[in-house]
Write a protein that binds this ligand. Structure first.
Ligand SMILES: Nc1ncnc2c1ncn2[C@@H]1O[C@H](COP(=O)(O)OP(=O)(O)OP(=O)(O)O)[C@@H](O)[C@H]1O
Length: 317
């Protein structure tokens, strides 16, 4: 169990983490979501005692990190896969970690096997691909057989096979009753992995909810329609008591799964439809809406010339 209470971190004027209170429980994968710069890594660093909170408190199974005896046997973490001495072999890197935490040497071979690195155990880490580096970082997290595991953006830059492997691993660790806390800025990835969600934006807590509740509240279904006899269709739908909203351009939207009913009404009144498509708003859209106010780095069109003006200076050349 990880418990945060009023956890706050300021860097000068910048509030990176703002009064966060939530807990992460066992037996579940808890997704820690937020846009870039939301404060996820800073929060995780404070959990591990690598950064000191400006205010508030964080405890791991009731204790501060620096009070844990042999911390790797209590909480294992992957924060930065590049944090490995490149000149050391995978085996020696893990052996150093094991020896400094009272973990038996035999465990090194076990975790190398679990993450699929046995064949390259004696190779130097600097020659590892991104995916192999992630696997080595995960091996380090698993080394002490801890009850709590924490991963910061573990699938970043991985290929589909690597992503699938990490997803399956996290689920199996949670199924063994462990606490699994994993950060991401991708809702679509979390939807496939997490049982519970904690969402932050600009350091503040925006949601602390089960994945099932989040999906139920946010997976809006609707029907998109385009019809050249738009006004006639609006009248027909209105008479049938169906609420329609404008969706930009020529398109209309009707909430709920009423495609058949709309198609039949259009046919009855001889109306041509150019589009009648049942759709589902994605969880990524729901996440973007939830965090819209809190996104720090927007991609916005600048004040300069738009794309249509690019190259204008060459006119007549
Ligand atoms: N050492 C530091 N000094 C000053 N500001 C910092 C420091 N560390 C983090 N910040 C700022 O705190 C905010 C939160 O950063 P953090 O890295 O925790 O966010 P994040 O959610 O992990 O982002 P990302 O998804 O991009 O990794 C950012 O605005 C960042 O610039």
């Amino acid at each position: 169990m990880i418990e945060l209470e009023g956890l706050t971190k300021r860097y000068g004027d910048k509030v990176a983490v703002d009064n966060l209170t939530f807990s992460v429980g066992p037996g579940l994968v808890t997704g820690f979501l937020g846009p870039n710069g939301a404060g996820k890594s800073t929060t995780m660093r404070m959990i591990l005692g690598l950064d000191h909170p400006t205010a508030g408190d964080v405890r791991i199974d009731g204790r501060h990190y620096d009070r844990l005896k042999d911390p790797l046997t209590c909480i294992g973490a992957l924060l930065d896969a590049k944090g490995v001495h490149g000149g050391r072999s995978a085996y020696n890197h893990l052996l150093c970690l094991a020896q400094s935490n009272g973990i038996p040497r035999s465990r090194v071979a076990q975790v190398l096997e679990t993450v699929g690195l046995t064949a390259v155990a004696r190779k130097k880490a600097k020659g590892f691909s991104l995916g192999m580096g992630q696997r080595l970082g995960i091996a380090g997290a698993l080394l002490g057989d801890p009850r709590i595991l924490m991963f910061d953006e573990p699938v970043n830059g991985l290929d589909p096979e690597g992503i699938h492997w990490i997803r399956t691993l996290m689920k199996s660790l949670a199924a063994q009753g462990r606490t699994v806390f994993v950060s991401s800025h991708l809702m679509s990835e979390m939807a496939l992995t997490a049982d519970h969600l904690v969402v932050i934006g600009q350091g503040r807590l925006l949601a602390d909810t089960s994945m099932a509740d989040f999906i139920q509240a946010n997976s809006r279904s609707y029907v998109r329609i385009r019809c050249p006899q738009r006004e006639r269709l609006l009248d027909v739908l209105h008479q049938a008591g169906i609420t329609v909203v404008e969706a930009g351009g020529e398109a209309l939207e009707v909430a709920g799964g009423k495609a058949e009913q709309i198609g039949e009404l259009a046919a009855r009144y001889g109306l041509v439809l150019h589009e009648l498509s049942p759709r589902q708003a994605s969880l990524e859209e729901a996440f973007m809406q939830l965090t819209a106010e809190a996104v720090e780095y927007h991609a916005q069109p600048g004040p300069g010339p738009g794309p249509q003006d690019w190259g204008a200076g060459w006119k007549g050349a």
